[in-house]
Design a protein around this ligand. Structure first.
Ligand code: FES
Length: 176
């Protein structure tokens, strides 16, 4: 019985420590930029870089510390496409479906990639949180169409096989 309680207490302590660390980091970010509401976007950008999305509890915390109404913080977070309210994978793959890529069969690339990562319809992030797949408009590499970006790197003249190779290489590196 006491072993069960100990395990529960330890688990609670771990969660509390994690939460404290999280809010401490958010305090550092707010401290870096300052509490002026004009700094909200920069603060949200840094929070997103840290957590790869904007967790709801952190947005609420930011609104309290900065004395901004929660709906204003939420409004900014939902207005800009750069912000995500959903957790994203470690690697974000942006497959271009702009005009140049579309006419060079980007759908073929998107379908192949999603199938390779076993993403069900409507799901964009793999279960292991390694990849998020998004479809975007032009990424500025039309001459290389069809193209995609993995994190900050651009890959062009894609075929479904080439996309599989790129993804498998990342998976292999992650497993090293
Ligand atoms: S349309 Fe795809 S890179 Fe421009």
């Amino acid at each position: 019985m006491s072993t069960v309680i100990d395990a529960e207490t330890q688990a609670e302590a771990r969660v509390l420590n994690g939460t404290l660390r999280k809010f401490r980091r958010v305090n550092e970010i707010i401290g870096k930029h300052g509490k002026d509401p004009s700094n909200l976007i920069a603060i949200l950008q840094d929070v997103q870089e840290e957590y790869r999305y904007l967790p709801e509890e952190i947005m609420t915390y930011i609104s309290t510390v900065m004395e901004i109404h929660p709906s204003a913080v939420y409004g900014v977070a939902t207005f800009y496409a750069q912000f995500s309210l959903e957790p994203k994978g470690k690697h974000v793959i942006k497959v271009c479906d702009g005009t140049a890529c579309h006419v060079r069969n980007s759908q073929w690339i998107i379908d192949g990639l999603r199938e390779h990562l076993r993403l069900k319809q409507g799901v964009t992030t793999t279960k292991d949180m390694l990849f998020t797949v998004e479809t975007v408009a032009c990424i500025g590499a039309c001459a290389l169409a069809p193209a995609m970006m993995v994190d900050e790197e651009i890959y062009g003249q894609l075929t479904p096989d080439k996309v599989k190779e790129i993804v498998d290489e990342i998976i292999a590196k992650e497993e090293e």
